[in-house]
Ligand binder design. Structure first.
Ligand code: ADP
Ligand code: ASP
Ligand code: MG
Length: 417
């Protein structure tokens, strides 16, 4: 007998038929003798609709009410799955974030989980083997008693947090793909499924654009050593191979030590939500970078890639990226300090994409970046900015070349199936 958390994303619970299919996946695990807590997302498209309604009702909305609105999608699916399970003769009970509780800080809209109380659901595993169906994405800020939400894609984090709290043997993330691929399989049909991915690599892939797992869920899995397994909900729940002891198809997110042979490059990720800001003719003297980046930090604007040219005649250009959502605000923040800093103009572009090459094998291999630059130049793709870390290389290019660049790099590093 094992204790499992099973998480189902939006497309997996998109309608009643799929919710019944999810119930059959749960039934299979119950019949195998396991204790099961399920975490569900809202039906696909629901959260977008709720966010749009909120924005339509008021341009400057109260973030506590935003959370009250958008958390409702998960309330519906948790109740529906509990009903579908009961209908199959399986004892089940739905739980909202506040009912367990899943306690968070008060950063409404992107709250962090502080603790999860799993005592009652564990007690009910013992008394009557009841399945807990938990609404993902939501929690409660206990001092104020208000509902909070965890940021888009947050049900993954709910699932891993519940798994850590109830000391589950595994956290299964059921989604619309059968694992983590070398890149988004929707963009590159030749992408390959990875059997295992190290926590650190998955953290980079998720934060650099692979939305298959929310970044915080990977952080949490890494800290609490939760065995997280990404797999498909679109398989036949009663397929004989899922009932045997062998490993089902999917990707295990695990410690580096568990990966026997690692490739130099594990995957390619891309993010379309960054914008480029360039400041021209900045006087090149000590303190200039601080003059530019301190106001941005004070305005809570996250700066990612930074490039500064060597100076010519005492002037230089500084280019950096910010989230697209903060693009206008970044320009507006720097405009008032123009005379103080003494720069020429601010330019920028939002039709850019950041493509990243990720792999722990890079630590011990030279020349990985050079291959990317060569391959991109052979395709006539101009690189606007570069940033690197020990296990990743990112380049900023024109968005029009996204698919070409991802496909090119995918094959250059030998990742094509
Ligand atoms: P869910 O609704 O189940 O949470 P998401 O849409 O959040 O599902 O995440 C699954 C999607 O992530 C896939 O449909 C796929 O298009 C996308 N994706 C992006 N990068 C990858 C990758 N490297 N491997 C697998 N899927 C990826
Ligand atoms: N329903 C939420 C969203 O769409 C949370 C999730 O699906 O993980 O962002
Ligand atoms: Mg998701």
């Amino acid at each position: 007998m094992a204790r499992l958390v099973m998480k189902f994303g939006g497309t997996s619970v998109a309608n009643i038929e799929r919710i019944k299919n999810v119930a059959r996946h749960v039934k299979r695990e119950i019949e195998a003798g396991h204790e099961v807590a399920v975490v569900v997302s809202a039906m696909s498209g629901k959260t977008n609709e709720l966010v749009a309604w909120c924005r339509e009702a008021a341009t400057l909305y109260d973030s506590r009410e935003y959370d009250a609105i958008v958390a409702s999608g998960e309330q519906v699916t948790s109740g529906l799955l509990a009903v579908a399970l009961q209908d199959m003769g399986i004892p089940a009970r739905s739980w909202q974030g506040w009912q367990l509780p899943i306690s968070t800080d008060d950063a409404h809209g992107s709250a962090r989980i502080l603790s999860v109380n799993g005592d009652e659901i564990v007690r009910r595993f013992g008394a009557g083997r009841e399945v807990a169906v938990i609404a993902g994405f939501q929690g409660i800020h206990e001092p104020t008693g208000r509902i909070t939400t965890l940021g888009r894609g947050g049900s993954d984090t709910s699932a891993v947090a519940v798994a850590a709290a109830i000391k589950a043997d595994r956290c299964d993330i059921y989604t619309d793909v059968d694992g983590v691929y070398t890149t988004d399989p929707r963009i590159v049909p030749k992408a390959k499924r990875l059997d295992k991915v190290a926590f650190e690599e998955m953290l980079e892939m998720a934060s650099l654009g692979a939305k298959v797992l929310q970044v915080r869920s990977v952080e949490m899995a890494m800290v609490h050593k939760v065995r997280t397994f990404v797999r498909s909900s679109f398989t036949d729940p009663d397929a004989p191979e899922l009932k045997t002891a062998g490993d089902p198809p999917g990707t295990l997110i695990c410690d580096e030590e568990e990966i026997v042979e690692s490739e130099v490059v594990t995957g390619i990720a891309f993010a379309r939500d960054e914008a480029q800001v360039s400041i021209r003719r900045v006087p090149d003297k000590p303190g200039i970078a601080a003059n530019v980046f301190v106001p941005l930090a004070d305005a809570n604007i996250n700066v990612d890639m930074i490039v500064q040219n060597v100076s010519a005649e005492g002037f230089t250009d500084i280019t950096f990226t910010v989230p697209t959502a903060d693009f206008e605000r970044a320009k507006a923040t720097l405009a008032p300090v123009k005379s103080e800093i003494g720069f020429g103009t601010i330019e920028g572009a939002t039709d850019v994409v950041k493509i990243s090459i990720i792999g722990i094998g890079m630590r011990s291999h030279a020349g990985v970046a050079a291959r990317a630059f060569k391959a991109l130049s052979e395709r006539g793709i101009n690189i606007r900015a570069i940033s690197t870390s020990e296990i990743k290389i990112s380049v900023l290019i024109d968005a029009a070349y996204t698919e070409l660049a991802v496909r090119t790099l995918h094959s250059v590093y030998g990742l094509d199936a």
